[in-house]
Ligand binder design. Structure first.
Ligand SMILES: [Mg+2]
Length: 189
């Protein structure tokens, strides 16, 4: 079940949204009335999605979104009584993935929530892929460098140098990139 937090100062609207989400089988982990409480509750409950009103006492929704986005990678859906143009610039600096214009109807809220959640899933998958391929490239560079050093030191072929690395890796049951790192440390110092 996806965890959702609702931030809205008008209690009737807040309850309404919470009910809509619950009846659609979402886990509403927190429902608070201002930006300050939203920041606290985010740290405590780590929701998958935040639904955030703009106009609220103490700390408004845009400022709270900015603060939360600096620390956490949580998508935020803005609730607004205004048109997009008024907050589009500030929204860019936060993880705001969409907005719903008040008054909130179930037919509008639930699809927006679904889209926001699936977008964030896709983004996370993409980020993971990028991190992984970056790591692969870094590992390949390490292996190449270690190979070069072994070739130079022992005057052997590239293939033979690679076999040495591989053997060290298998004999010691250490990943080949870690062996490469050790070799580099030893031969470069
Ligand atoms: Mg409000």
């Amino acid at each position: 079940m996806k965890k959702i937090m609702v931030v809205e100062d008008e209690s009737i609207v807040r309850l309404d949204i919470v009910e809509m989400l619950k009846s659609a089988n979402y886990d509403v982990v927190s429902a608070v009335s201002n930006g300050e409480k939203a920041i606290e509750a985010t740290a405590e409950r780590m929701p998958d999605l935040i639904i955030m009103d703009i106009k609220m006492p103490k700390l408004n929704g845009l400022k709270a979104s900015k603060i939360i986005s600096k620390k956490y990678d949580i998508p935020i859906l803005i609730l607004s009584a205004y048109s997009q143009s008024e907050f589009v610039n500030e929204a860019k600096q936060s993880n705001i993935v969409g907005y719903i214009v008040k008054p909130i109807a179930e037919a509008q809220l639930l699809p927006a929530v679904e889209i926001a959640l699936s977008q964030s899933n896709r983004m996370n998958a993409l980020k993971q892929e990028v991190t992984q391929s970056y790591k692969q490239i870094e590992n390949r560079k390490l292996i190449e460098r270690a190979k070069g050093l072994i070739m130079q030191r022992l005057s052997i072929s590239e293939e033979a140098a690679y076999q040495r690395l591989r053997k060290l890796s298998m004999d010691n049951q250490i990943e080949i990139e870690k062996v490469a790192m050790k070799v580099i440390k030893q031969l470069e110092s």
